[in-house]
Design a protein. Structure first.
Length: 355
């Protein structure tokens, strides 16, 4: 289902947009996004979870099933990691015609420090069978999507589950997870798009068959047409964003800045390889100049800061930024259309009036 730009935003899209908020772009100023500014996406309803009755069960094709309370999880060896997380549908509302779903512009992102238990250690303890192929992560939230009633569930291959550095997180930025971000426990898989990071986690099931659940087999597939099977959506493509300079117009959010030197800043990230370059354009992407990169975190999947000193001349300008990762992948100027509106990492454009 799609809508053209001239159709405007429907009531349903507006309701989704109001429930699932983005990070205001000035939030890029913080190296770790304050919790209330981190983007939010909830497919169904935020569940109310009683921590006393809650358990994490590791079961299926394992030698030793494990069932843990929250206190037992907190007593285990701790890991902490900072990751930038972005929704796979970020940029969806900028693709023409617009796929009908959560209508993100480009701010469905945030960075947080997660603390919890390494997934690999728990899997080792449960001892997956030699015939095991996948690990399914099951959550407490339920709903209906495209007519399919389900609980939110996603799988990883057993190798990905063991080797991706995934964490079963109970703290976000030093406090217990807030309800909307998955209390009491969520999966965090560094470098992957948001949908992989299952919130309200309660079950981990090792399987000997590939998981055919909706969120893997039907949704989150990159397809150019409804007819093709497509490929799975996995790691975040390289992307950079800037803090819009100057002051905004209330309604259009167009920017006004004073003539002379203007400090531009932002952040850049990528899910497969680290970002090695950010460039800035002041003419809508015709000419580019290198920005300076900072290295704020040792975690490879946390974003990097960038800055650039722009000599603003009187008139109207379109500012852009683009990131390149260590594999040489660069952000495109235009998005590539696909059915779900996924992986749109086209460069940001910011209209600025210099006076
Ligand atoms: N149980 C559950 N986990 C979930 C979701 C969900 O709806 N239910 N949404 C996923 C999607 S699509 C994204 S983008 C991220 C968003 O995480 P956040 O809201 O903490 O930013 O959570 C993922 N995990
Ligand atoms: Mo998402």
């Amino acid at each position: 289902m799609v809508a053209s730009a001239e159709h405007g935003i429907s009531r349903e899209e507006l309701r989704l947009a109001a429930r699932n908020h983005a990070m205001p772009l000035e939030g890029l100023r913080w190296p770790i996004t304050p919790v209330g500014l981190h983007y939010l996406l909830v497919h169904y309803d935020v569940p109310l979870v009683d921590p006393e009755g809650w358990r994490l069960d590791v079961s299926g094709a394992v030698e030793r099933p494990v069932s843990l309370t929250l206190d037992e999880l907190r007593e285990r060896p701790v890991v902490e990691l900072t990751v930038t997380m972005e929704c796979a549908g970020n940029g969806r509302a900028l693709i023409e015609p617009r796929p009908l779903s959560q209508p993100w512009l480009m701010e469905a992102v945030g960075a947080a420090t997660w603390r919890g238990v390494p997934l690999a250690s728990l899997l080792d303890e449960a001892a997956p069978a030699v015939s095991a192929v996948e690990v399914v992560f099951s959550a407490l939230d339920r709903g209906i999507e495209a007519g399919v009633e389900q609980r939110y569930e996603r799988s990883l291959s057993l190798a990905e589950a063991r080797e991706s550095g995934a964490v079963l997180a109970y703290d976000m930025n030093g406090d217990p997870l807030p309800p909307q971000h998955g209390f009491p426990l969520r999966l965090v898989v560094p470098g992957w798009y948001g949908m992989t990071n299952v919130k309200w986690l309660t079950g981990i099931t090792v399987t000997t068959e590939p998981f055919g659940g909706y969120q893997n087999a039907t949704s989150y597939r990159y397809r150019r047409s409804e007819a093709e099977p497509g490929r799975t959506v996995t790691h975040m493509r390289p992307r950079s964003l800037m803090v819009p300079p100057g002051i905004p117009d209330f309604f259009t959010r167009a920017r006004t800045v004073e003539i002379g030197p203007v400090g531009l800043e932002g952040r850049a990230w990528s899910g497969l390889e680290p970002v090695v370059r950010v460039e800035v354009s002041a003419d809508g992407g015709t000419t580019w100049a290198d920005a300076e990169l900072t290295h704020d975190f040792d975690d490879p999947f946390a974003w990097r800061g960038w800055s650039y000193r722009w000599q603003a001349a009187r008139g109207d300008h379109v500012l852009c930024c683009r990131a390149t990762d260590a594999a040489g992948e660069t952000q495109p100027l235009e998005p590539e259309w696909n059915v779900g509106g996924y992986e749109n990492n086209a460069v940001q454009r910011v209209d600025v009036h210099v006076r």
